[in-house]
Design a binder for this molecule. Structure first.
Ligand SMILES: Cc1ncc(COP(=O)(O)O)c(C=O)c1O
Length: 374
């Protein structure tokens, strides 16, 4: 059997990884400033993480959601404490798309409405409602296109209000910092105004924190900088440090009923063990403070680069915007300097999404490589 060929691949085969480094089958060491699409939060193969998952697997790896699983409560408690969202309720699933799919579904159940408002350049995943709310027609199949979604330009409050007024929209879904779209973020006034309009027109505010959550911005969630209270918060990526796990945090106003949402694998014992270990390490190693310090250092250093237009993003969710397309530069960084970085919808933007454990010397390594190439 051959693989369904949907991924254009770099000719690199990782064989092992440790903290911020990935080693390929030829023994080449790569500095990972991309974290496999913002997934690696606490560093590759962190000893406590490896031990927690291994020990859990020795006991029990999986049983269905029809029996008690105290690890889910333990995860919910720890996540509530660390994120400051103690009063929210947790529903666990397996990926970012599934998190958003459940978030949108819940918003529709709750409000009885079925349209969605999303923003231009958004990315929310590839399942049915999530992909329909993603601003990329190439990945929306006809079966998904039946979903009614209004795409509004970030910052255009008037249009948001005009649409919500029609009383057909169940949810506004927002990445407070756009990931795939290219690290754009609006001033606080925009998010607070959207949240207010949502309340006024009985529409739920969904904060998509799949990429920006779990400490990546230096706050636990990116929306927290704006002082808003989302109705639903979707999470995945950094939550499992590579173990597939996702979830939604649901405001206490939204009440559950049996069967409303469900999943076979979501919240299994191994996924919980992985995510509990991630949270423990974020706390013990004070990674959110570390992210803020490293971010400041990175931005300062980056200012010295020639051809740089601006640095976008926050924390360790950053983008270097140049005055030329970065595709070739990114390849040179990988093949010549052995540094992984990312791209985005903005062709001039080099995306930096490292493990949250990177140190100044790793930032220096990138800056040095860029200075040579620019
Ligand atoms: C903001 C955001 N939401 C949702 C997703 C989808 O997550 P997944 O690929 O785990 O389904 C992504 C993935 O890149 C994302 O960046």
């Amino acid at each position: 059997m051959s693989l369904f060929n949907v991924y254009p691949l770099f000719d690199i085969t990782p064989a092992s990884a440790k903290d911020v480094f990935v080693y390929d089958t030829k023994g080449v060491k790569y500095l990972d400033l991309y974290g496999g699409h913002a997934v690696i939060s606490i560093g590759h193969s962190h000893p406590h993480y490896v031990q927690s998952i291994s020990e859990q697997l020795q006991k029990i790896g999986f049983y269905s959601n029809s029996v008690q699983n105290p690890l889910q409560q333990k995860l919910a408690k720890k996540l509530g404490l660390l994120s400051g969202c103690q009063d929210y309720q947790l529903f666990l699933c397996n990926s970012g798309a599934e998190a958003n799919e459940n978030a949108l579904k819940l918003a529709s159940f709750y409000t009885g409405k079925k349209k969605v408002l999303a923003f231009k350049n958004s990315f929310h995943g590839r399942t049915s409602a999530a992909v329909a709310a993603t601003d990329n027609p190439k990945i929306v199949a006809p079966i998904n296109a039946q979903q009614e979604v209004d795409f509004v330009t970030l910052g255009d409050l008037q249009t948001v209000e005009a649409i919500l007024k029609q009383d057909k929209t169940c949810a506004v879904i927002v990445e407070c910092i756009q990931g795939v779209g290219g690290l754009d973020e609006m001033p606080t006034a925009f998010y607070t105004a959207v949240a207010k309009l949502c309340k006024e027109y009985n529409t739920l505010f969904i904060a998509d924190e799949v990429q920006s959550g779990f400490g990546r911005t230096g706050d636990f969630f990116a929306f927290q900088k704006h002082g808003i209270t989302p109705d639903i918060i979707s999470i995945a990526k950094g939550m499992g440090n590579g173990f597939p796990v996702g979830g939604i945090l649901i405001h206490p106003n939204l009440k559950a009923s049996f069967g409303m949402l469900g999943t076979t694998f979501g919240g299994n014992h191994l996924a919980c063990a992985a995510s509990i270990a991630v949270l423990a390490i974020i706390e013990e190693q004070q990674l959110m403070q570390h992210v803020k310090a490293l971010s400041t250092y990175f931005i300062e250093k980056a200012q010295s680069l020639s051809k740089l237009k601006t640095v976008k993003g926050r924390g360790l969710m950053l983008g270097l915007e140049f005055d030329f397309p970065i595709a070739e530069l990114r390849k040179t960084l990988i093949h010549k300097h052995h540094i992984f970085t990312g791209n985005s919808k903005n062709p001039n933007l080099l995306r930096i999404l490292p493990p949250l454990t990177i140190q100044k010397e790793h930032v220096d390594q990138l800056i040095h490589a860029l200075q040579q190439e620019l």
